[in-house]
Every structure is written in C-alpha cells, then in structure tokens.
Design a protein around this ligand. Structure first.
Ligand code: SAM
Ligand code: SF4
Ligand code: SF4
Length: 329
C-alpha cells in the first residue's frame, strides 16, 4: 500500500466527504440568508461513485471517513452511502458531522448501516439565540436529534459550537455544564474565514484564549489532556476528569503540521486542504471510465502539492472561492 504523503512527509488517513452543499440552516458564519447557488443534482457524485472513490482512497491508506456537507442528512440516499462504505473490504471508520435536525428520524438506520459516531453542531442552548444565529427555529429538533443519536449508540457524541462575540459567547460555561450533564463531548471551534459573505473579522473572533478565560472565570479547572495526535481539538480535562472539553484553535493555534486530512466535495473535487485554492476533478475522469490507478494518481498529485498550512491573518492569505458548505467542513 502506497500512502498519500505530501512533500512535508504528512501521511493522510482521514477523508472528509461532503454529500451535498445544501443546508436546512443558515448559520450566519457559514451561509447567507438566501442560501447559495446549489450544485445541480447531476453534478453530485452518486452513491456508487462515492463508494468507488472511497474504495480507491482506502487502498491509499485512508482509515477514517467523515461524512459532512452542507447538511449530509439532506441526502435522500445517506443511509445507502453509509452502507456502501461500511461494506467495503477493509472498511474505514465512519463518522458524520451534522446539524442534527434529521437525526431523530435517521439515527437508528444510520447506526445499522455502519455509522459509528456523530458530531452535532449546536451553538446555543437558547431557542431564540439559536434561531437568530441560524435563521431557523429548529433548536428543539437538534436537541431531540442528539438524544436519538445517544439512544442509537452513535457514541461518543461530540457537540461543535462556534461562538460569536455579543451573541452566544456568554454561553460557554452553561454549554459545558449541559454537555457534562448529558454526557456529550463539547468542542468550541474558532471561527474561520470561509463564509461567502466575507463577514469574518479577526478582531471580533472569539479565540481559544477567550474560551479558556471564560471557563476559568466560571469556576472550571481545566488541565490539558495528553495524546492529541492529529486531532484538531485540543482536549482539556474538566475539574480533574473524567469530563472533558475540546477547543479547536484553528486560527490562533493552527494544527497544520500534524494534518492528516483530505477532502472530497459533493461534486467530486478532491482537495488537499480546507484552504486550498485549487482542487483536482475526479468526477470527470470517473465518468469517462478512468481506472482505479488513474484516480489514485490524481489523488497523489493533489496531495503532493498540499500547502504547509493556512495563512489566515497574513497578507498573502487568499480565501478559497468555495465556501465551507461546498467544501465539506
Ligand atoms: N451542516 C453540518 C454541521 O453544521 O454540522 C456539517 C457541515 S458544517 C460546514 C461542519 C462544521 O463546520 C460545523 O460544526 C460548523 O459549525 C463549522 N463551521 C462552519 N463554518 C465555519 C467557520 N466559518 N468557521 C469555523 N467553523 C465553521
Ligand atoms: Fe448548514 Fe452546517 Fe453551515 Fe450551519 S454550519 S449553515 S448547519 S452547513
Ligand atoms: Fe490541514 Fe489545511 Fe486544515 Fe491546516 S488548514 S489543518 S493543512 S486542512
């Protein structure tokens, strides 16, 4: 097996696979109120095409696949996609990042098909704040989705929260208490410049440091947990453990040096980095009858040219043309 290694020696084992660029929410840091020009259905990889690309990627050492989007649970064939990946020889570990809205309906079937765990995004415990952040009154659906995922055994459940100054940043301690109470792992994520509205402002961003300060002021004692590896989140034990909280300091504490992630967009573009300006088209060759070796070589070429890391905040930084929802977060 020839692994996907870049020129800095980083070995890639994790594939973020976007199933759609559509979404049922409009989180203000991710998508404009009117939505985006969605990818036409005929341009989306079908379930058998996804299976084929994942099979080739597994042959190159990919060991975990995270389904994402857009909102992956909007794909009508999401259970089939999971089933196809889980049925591959040497099947990778399968997880999903979702806004949770359709989890109540789908958790049991996803688990039976082979999904192992979920990360659910929830930025507020307050229904009105949630609605103002996402432009949809769906807070209760997300909470029920988390419960359903727990009952179905899609565990450990992680909850992702992005804090926005003046809107939900005061909620960090309450969210951590809630997460510890219900037994989910909370992770705060620093906002990154990936929104098509270009609303990101470094001076307004709630940083890792801000979160640590707010939690300490609320009386939590946090001690760094060992063994982060290539995981984006820095984990802290809360009050001596076993409870934990994670912080993804994507901007102020980049973890690019240990990055092991590649991405496939819903329309079949292979990307070596969230912030890559270029991408490699796999859909056209796939549909033109390319062999596994040809697809595999396209992956090799894309990974070889991977950035050392993002350059957010530096003068040469260029925001990718695709927004987060079309890349697959
Ligand atoms: N729709 C699903 C969801 O929200 O979980 C999956 C896709 S979403 C792009 C994946 C994760 O990226 C979510 O946790 C979301 O909060 C996060 N995200 C989106 N835009 C972001 C940004 N500009 N900066 C940091 N995180 C962001
Ligand atoms: Fe949708 Fe996820 Fe983006 Fe929110 S963060 S708009 S749920 S894709
Ligand atoms: Fe990896 Fe690129 Fe994200 Fe850095 S910015 S962690 S290199 S995907």
């Amino acid at each position: 097996m020839r692994p996907l290694v870049d020129r800095f020696g980083r070995v890639h084992r994790d594939l973020r696979l976007s199933l759609t660029d559509k979404c049922s929410l409009r989180c203000r840091y991710c998508m404009p109120a009117e939505g985006l020009p969605w990818t036409p259905t005929e341009s989306l990889l079908t379930a058998p095409e996804i299976e084929r690309v994942v099979r080739v990627a597994v042959g190159r050492g990919i060991r975990s696949v995270r389904l994402t989007g857009g909102e992956p649970l909007l794909r009508a064939d999401v259970v089939e996609v999971v089933d196809r990946i889980a049925s591959l020889p040497q099947a990778p570990e399968i997880s999903m990042t979702t806004n949770g809205i359709r989890l109540e309906a789908l958790a049991v079937n996803l688990k039976s098909a082979g999904l192992q765990r979920v990360n659910v995004s929830l930025d507020s415990l307050d229904r009105d704040t949630f609605a103002s952040l996402t432009l949809r009154d769906r807070h209760d659906d997300v909470v029920r989705g988390i419960e359903a995922a727990k009952s179905a055994g899609l565990t450990p459940i992680k909850v992702n929260a992005v804090l926005i100054r003046g809107i939900n940043d005061h909620e960090a301690p309450a969210m951590l208490r809630w997460a510890l109470d219900i037994g989910v792992r909370l992770r705060f994520i620093e906002q990154m410049p990936l929104d098509p509205q270009h609303s990101w402002d470094r001076s307004m961003m709630v940083t890792r440091e801000d979160v640590l300060t707010a939690l300490a002021q609320a009386g939590f004692t946090l001690s760094p947990a060992v063994g982060r590896g290539s995981a984006p989140a820095e984990e802290f034990e809360v009050n001596g453990g076993p409870g934990r909280v994670g912080i993804v300091g994507a901007v102020t504490r980049p973890f690019c040096g240990d990055c092991d992630r590649v991405r496939l967009s819903a329309d079949g573009q292979f990307r070596s980095c969230l912030f890559a300006v270029g991408e490699r088209d796999l859909r056209t060759p796939l549909r033109a009858g390319a062999s596994d070796t040809e697809l595999s070589e396209l992956m090799t070429a894309e990974v070889r040219d991977k950035f050392a890391g993002h350059q957010i905040g530096e003068s040469q930084f260029q925001q990718p043309t695709r927004p987060m929802s079309a890349i697959g977060g």
